[in-house]
Structures are given as structure tokens and as C-alpha cells.
Design a protein around this ligand. Structure first.
Ligand SMILES: Cc1cc2nc3c(=O)[nH]c(=O)nc-3n(C[C@H](O)[C@H](O)[C@H](O)COP(=O)(O)OP(=O)(O)OC[C@H]3O[C@@H](n4cnc5c(N)ncnc54)[C@H](O)[C@@H]3O)c2cc1C
Length: 451
């Protein structure tokens, strides 16, 4: 094997960060990602301290013909942040965050996770649309688009990306922005890790919080059909500042529930009045909507998705939350084989939908919802039943949803699904890939092949 000839200890002498090899302390943690289904063994892991280390790692991998995986927050369900028999370029030690309060901008290293960025920007009463989990990496999240609590107010994470520093496959360090390498700038706003290693991101910031109205509503599963029909009308008429996610999960007591999570990005009193009809509809068994800090709101989801569990997800965008689809979801969650599995109905709209769908590589801006079926379980002996539940439900929803999918929710599902993720933007991505990575050096991702 080519990689076996590579002298990884020589790479250690060229980098300021650390190299971890099989047998070293830290190898087990370093090869693992959030999804416990992924069990890969890289030849080495370069824990980068800066863009110089990234350049050295790329040069080394090229010299020895070794495949690379790029790691940010390691949350990706497909597990492309690690690999078998390759080199992991791990950006997670790169943690610089520099807030410019006056210009409302922040420059962030590629290893930062959302909890760190939210905490840093909220010190100035600012934020940009980030992930629902503090432990999700800003890098993979933004490069795929980035759906979150503030997206209806300010667009996707990639819509607030002003510039980025990208290390390319041929060892150049480029700036990507509207002024410099604008094709690359277009491509990294949704096109994932296909074009190079993004070592830093500059985001536009917005005034947010620090106190906002947010929290959850919970209903018995049996109330699901009626409550979701009301929700559908409610969210269709909601202003941009209000987002209400819906979904199915199992309560700590083991009860299957329909749940909602509401966040209002505006004055508390206005949020209270807007949310009143939703909170008064039906008979919720849980209502913890109250004023909270934005940072706390961003932590609500975290306990539901600890790292290391076995996970299998499938998703699609949905144009209409039809009665048939609602009934199907409720019935399917009634048969869920694992209490750790969920279904998420994520409302899009607002500013997301007002950005033209060819302005960024992220294309699917018109759908009303993203539907995500999240299978999660503990033991390998449960895998078959849980994967079957996810697949059967996804198959049943297909006639009722669009074929389009959010790239960051894809597992290892093949080329056709990558095309589903990019729609008509795929051809342009493929041209830009040819310009910046003609050999498809960066291929452990939702891969767009060079034209
Ligand atoms: C529990 C959980 C919650 C989530 N919540 C949300 C959510 O609220 N909204 C949402 O939109 N998505 C969400 N996601 C999906 C998430 O956006 C993707 O998993 C995303 O890829 C995570 O980014 P990461 O940096 O943590 O991932 P990683 O697994 O580290 O990276 C994913 C891929 O991105 C590329 N990549 C990462 N870093 C870089 C870099 N610096 N330069 C170039 N390429 C890079 C690589 O191809 C890599 O394989 C969630 C995922 C999980 C597991």
C-alpha cells in the first residue's frame, strides 16, 4: 500500500501541530466521529495548529498518494471526517475567534464549533445563524449551507459568509469573497468540502438577544394529526423572526411525543403574543417556552444527540405538509423501534427563500420544510431493525416529498443523491471543481466530480 511507505514522523517535523498515529494516545478518539456507526482507521491524523500545517499535510498526502479526510466538528452523519488508510486533516485545534463589534463581523478558525462562536459573539449581543447543537462544527455546517434557529431572520449560515481562506489541492492559500475568486466563494456556500480546506471563515453578524423567547411544546403522539395540521397553518403565517420546529421524539419517561421548539428573534412581549394561539391549541403536556439567553436556547437540543450512538438518517425537502404525510409520520413514529430515534420537520422560508437559488451553491430555497428521519440506537444488534424503519418511512414519504435534499443530511448515498442536493447548480459546481481540484484530491465528501 502506498501509504505504508509514507514517513509520517517526517511530517511531524514540518508542522507546529501534532501528528497522531495508530497506537498513540489520542488515536482512538481522533479516528472516531459523532456517528458511532463510523469505524474507520486512518494511517495518521494531523492535528493542525494553523493553515501552514494544512499546507504541509496536503503536500505530504499528495507526495505519497494518500487520500485525505477533512475534519471540523466531526458531526457529519456520513462520517467523511475520518477515513480508512488515509490522512485526517483535523482542524479542531484551530480555535481563534475575532469579533469586530463595530463592523459586525467575526473571523473564525475552521475548528470552532457553534457553542464557542455563539458564546463569543453574544458577549457583544451579536450572532449569526448557527447550528442547533453547540458541538456542531461551523465548517462543515456552513460549507453545506447551515440551517438553524435564525435562518428565517438572516438566511442560512452560508448567506452570512463574507469571505473565507481556502487552502487548495495544489497548495495555494486563496481568499474567497465577492471580490476575490468569486467562483470559489459561490461554490463554498453550499458546495461542501469539495474545493479545498477552509481554514477560516468571516461571517456577517446580526443583533440577537441576548434574551429571547424560546422553548418547547410537547403533545401525546395521538394528538399529532390535529396539532400538526394547526402547526402547518400557523407557521405558514408566521413572521421571519419566528421559527417553530416540529418533530417526534420519545420523552425521558419513554412516551412517544409530538414536540415543537419555538424561538422568537425579537421583543419578548411580541413573541408571547405571536405564540399564544399555538400554545393555546390542543392540550400540551409540556410548555417550557420562556425568556432565555440565546446561548441557552442553542443548548436545548444538545442532550438529545450525544456523540457515539449508532445513527442512520435520511432526508428530503417537502413542499407541502399534506394530511397524508402528517398521518404517515404519526403512524410511523408509533412503530419506532428505538427511543433515540426522531423525526424532524424543519420549516424553511423567511430570508432563506428570498435569496435567489443560483446566488449560492445551496440551491433548494423554495421548499417549505426539510424532513429528516433520524434513526438512533445503542447496540449493533439493533441496527437492522432501525435502519429498516428509517428506510421504510423514507420510501413511504417519497411520493409526498420532493427529491431534493440538504447535502448536510446525506449519508453515503451515492452520486445521484449528491445531484439531488444541488439540482441545477450541480453543473456549475462541477466546472468550478475542475478549476480548483481537477484531480479530485478532496473526494471524501459529498463528492462533486470535476467536469
Ligand atoms: C447532532 C447533529 C445536529 C445537527 N444539526 C444541524 C443543524 O441544526 N443544521 C444543519 O444545517 N445541520 C445540522 N447538522 C448537520 C451538520 O450540518 C453536518 O453534519 C455538518 O457537516 C457538520 O459539520 P462539522 O464540521 O461538524 O462536520 P465534519 O464531520 O467535521 O465535516 C463534514 C464534512 O465537511 C467538510 N469539512 C469540514 N470542515 C472543513 C473545512 N474546514 N474545510 C473544508 N471542508 C471541511 C468535509 O468534507 C467533512 O467531511 C447536524 C448534525 C448532527 C450530527
Amino acid at each position: 500500500m502506498i501509504g505504508e511507505r509514507a514517513d509520517f514522523r517526517s511530517l511531524a517535523g514540518e508542522i507546529a501541530g501534532e501528528i497522531i498515529l495508530p497506537g498513540d494516545a489520542g488515536y482512538e478518539a481522533g479516528r472516531r466521529v459523532w456517528n458511532g456507526m463510523i469505524d474507520k482507521r486512518p494511517l495518521g491524523i494531523v492535528r493542525c495548529s494553523g493553515s501552514g500545517d494544512v499546507l504541509a499535510a496536503i503536500a505530504f498526502a499528495r507526495a505519497y498518494g494518500i487520500v485525505v479526510a477533512v475534519r471540523g466538528g466531526s458531526h457529519n452523519i456520513a462520517g467523511n471526517a475520518t477515513c480508512d488508510d488515509g490522512l485526517v486533516i483535523d482542524l479542531s485545534p484551530m480555535k481563534s475567534i475575532d469579533v469586530d463589534q463595530t463592523r459586525r463581523r467575526v473571523r473564525v478558525d475552521g475548528g470552532v464549533v457553534w457553542g464557542e462562536l455563539d458564546a463569543a459573539t453574544q458577549r457583544f449581543g451579536l450572532a449569526t445563524n448557527g447550528g442547533l447543537m453547540p458541538s456542531t462544527g461551523i465548517a462543515g455546517f456552513t460549507l453545506g449551507g447551515g440551517l438553524g434557529h435564525l435562518m428565517r431572520s438572516y438566511g442560512l449560515a452560508c448567506d452570512s459568509l463574507v469571505s473565507a481562506e481556502v487552502v487548495t489541492a495544489d497548495g495555494r492559500k486563496l481568499m474567497a469573497s465577492a471580490e476575490q475568486n468569486d467562483d470559489l466563494y459561490w461554490a463554498i456556500r453550499g458546495g461542501g468540502g469539495n474545493f479545498g480546506v477552509v481554514t477560516s471563515f468571516e461571517f456577517r453578524l446580526h443583533e440577537v438577544g441576548p434574551i429571547m423567547l424560546g422553548g418547547r411544546l410537547g403533545y401525546p403522539l395521538a394528538d399529532g394529526p390535529e396539532v400538526l395540521r394547526f402547526y402547518r397553518e400557523f407557521i405558514a403565517g408566521a413572521p421571519d423572526q419566528l421559527i417553530v420546529y416540529a418533530g417526534f421524539s420519545t420523552s425521558p419517561e419513554g412516551e412517544p411525543r409530538l414536540g415543537m421548539r419555538a424561538v422568537f428573534n425579537g421583543p419578548i412581549a411580541e413573541g408571547e403574543s405571536l405564540l399564544k394561539p399555538l400554545r393555546q391549541f390542543g392540550t400540551p403536556v409540556q410548555d417550557d417556552i420562556k425568556p432565555r439567553t440565546y446561548v441557552d436556547i442553542q443548548k436545548i437540543v444538545e442532550p438529545m444527540f450525544p456523540p457515539g450512538r449508532l445513527n442512520y438518517w435520511k432526508a428530503n425537502f417537502v413542499d407541502i405538509l399534506s394530511d397524508e404525510l402528517i398521518d404517515l409520520l404519526v403512524a410511523a413514529y408509533g412503530r419506532v423501534p428505538s427511543r433515540y430515534s426522531n423525526i424532524a420537520v424543519e420549516p424553511m422560508g423567511g430570508v432563506v427563500a428570498r435569496v435567489p437559488d443560483t446566488d449560492t451553491a445551496f440551491h433548494h430555497r423554495a421548499p417549505a420544510y426539510s424532513l429528516l428521519i433520524l434513526g438512533g440506537w445503542l447496540g449493533a444488534n439493533e441496527s437492522e431493525a432501525n435502519i429498516a424503519w428509517v428506510r421504510e418511512l423514507w420510501d413511504a414519504t417519497r411520493p409526498l416529498s420532493s427529491s431534493a435534499v440538504y447535502v448536510n443530511y446525506l449519508g453515503a448515498e451515492g452520486d445521484a443523491r449528491v445531484k439531488d442536493a444541488y439540482g441545477p447548480n450541480h453543473a456549475r459546481l462541477s466546472e468550478i471543481k475542475r478549476k480548483y481540484d481537477p484531480d479530485n484530491f478532496f473526494r471524501l465528501n459529498q463528492n462533486v466530480e470535476p467536469a
